[in-house]
Ligand binder design. Structure first.
Ligand code: SF4
Length: 413
């Protein structure tokens, strides 16, 4: 009678535990990026800890401000590189390798049945592989670096079933915005989401990552898609170790259930300044935009870049457009497929794999009063630059909008 989250946390905690109970769980992998590792290492030192619990289980991707944009960032990154060498951390992905939430899956760390903790809120992405994955603050990460353990309350689980077949010009991002819009920004606070249904089965692993990536935007602790053949196929030749396919019991208890049919789903947009402020793209069509950004840990994957590239021809972009592949591998694959060339010819600027302007620090920060249509996961006030406005949408809607210079329904292109 256990959900997937309950089963994974029971195993990691060494005893059967159901929703509401507390477990002290063994962490399979712990991740911190260039932004949060700085604070985690500082806390670790303040605690007087000189060695991490296991240097093979710690993963440090540099993605947030890469390459370093000023001396402060450069010095902090130098410090972390020194600490990584001193500790013998095996899995350091330095600049250009990609966004943490693409780097971990791509390198086989996002595995079914594992407990993965990241010092980043979108760590929930790895639930696409059937892992229990969630984010913590940097000081909590310091504790994990020291002990390899985390103290967690086992969340209740919401069951979300998504049926139907996605219509033309809609994709995983539209499904995600639908879910966030229906559940609301705090509708799943400290709860797990388990996804089922034919539309979920039909999603690619890229699409499943998009969906799980934004679970945190409903307040959820984590989201999980039960692992299947697609999961196996993705992991073949890249899994970093053995894994177990954990499925829920048929009589598992859910705190709430949602059911959607996406057969008549329209392309959606989240308006400023909250992710659940969703509407069909048609109701904001014609809104002038200053910038389009296609990338991030939500929609910077190969199928996203492919979707945008397929819609464009030479000199088509009326709006300045930044495209950032989520990893070096995606950049190379997109070049091999000719997608990058198409996007550049259309007028896009390609920036190095990483977070880019998503966090408002560099490579495309927007000015006061400017409007950016972004494929990212957050549109909070000031996130991409003070006084800027962010609309969130799919890569298809982003490309269509870049072509027209205003928010555009991709079905019109
Ligand atoms: Fe965070 Fe954006 Fe980077 Fe994703 S791409 S990890 S949301 S800053």
């Amino acid at each position: 009678m256990l959900t997937i989250s309950e089963k994974i946390l029971s195993k990691a905690g060494g005893r059967s535990a159901s929703a509401g109970e507390f477990v002290e769980a063994d962490v399979d992998f712990a991740m911190a990026h260039d932004g949060t590792s700085v604070l985690a290492v500082k806390s670790l030192r303040e605690m007087g800890i000189t060695r991490v619990f296991d240097p093979t289980k710690i993963i440090i991707p540099f993605d947030h401000i890469v390459p370093a944009n000023n001396e402060t960032a450069a010095n902090l990154q130098r410090e972390i590189r020194e600490w990584i060498r001193e500790q013998g951390i095996e899995h350091h992905y330095d600049l250009g390798k990609g966004v943490c939430h693409q780097v971990l899956p791509e390198n086989g760390f996002a595995l079914p049945g594992k407990l993965i903790i990241g010092a980043d809120s979108h760590t929930c992405t790895y639930g696409a592989f059937g892992a229990f994955a969630t984010g913590v603050g940097a000081t909590d990460m310091a504790e994990i670096f020291a002990t390899g353990k985390i103290w967690l309350r086992v969340p209740q689980t919401i069951r979300v079933t998504i049926n139907g077949t996605l219509p033309r010009c809609t994709s995983a991002k539209d499904v995600t915005l639908k879910v966030v819009g229906e559940i609301g920004a705090d509708g799943a606070t400290y709860q797990a989401i388990e996804y089922y249904g034919e539309a979920i089965d039909a999603l690619s692993m890229d699409g499943r990552m998009t969906l799980c990536n934004m679970a945190i935007e409903t307040g959820a602790k984590n989201a999980i898609i039960p692992p299947d053949e697609k999961t196996h196929t993705y992991l073949a030749g890249r899994a970093s170790g053995e894994y177990t396919l954990v499925q829920a019991d048929s009589d598992a208890e859910y705190v709430d259930e949602y059911e959607f049919d996406v057969s008549d789903l329209e392309p959606l947009v989240a308006r400023p300044h909250s992710v659940d402020n969703t509407c069909v793209v048609g109701s904001v069509a014609g809104t002038p935009i200053d910038q389009v950004f296609i990338g991030t840990c939500t929609n910077g994957r190969l199928e996203d870049i492919a979707a945008a590239a397929r819609m464009v021809n030479d000199s088509m972009f009326k709006t300045r457009t930044i495209v950032i592949p989520a990893s070096r591998k995606i950049l190379l694959d997109a070049m091999d497929a000719g997608y990058i060339q198409r996007l550049v010819r259309a007028g896009a600027m390609i920036a190095p794999p990483g977070c880019g302007p998503c966090l408002g620090a560099h490579t495309g920060v927007i000015g006061e009063g400017e409007v950016c249509l972004s494929t990212a996961n957050r549109n909070f006030k000031g996130r991409m630059g003070k006084g800027g406005l962010i609309y969130l949408a799919s890569p298809e809607t982003a490309a269509a909008s870049a072509i027209r210079g205003e928010i555009t329904d991709p079905r019109e292109i």
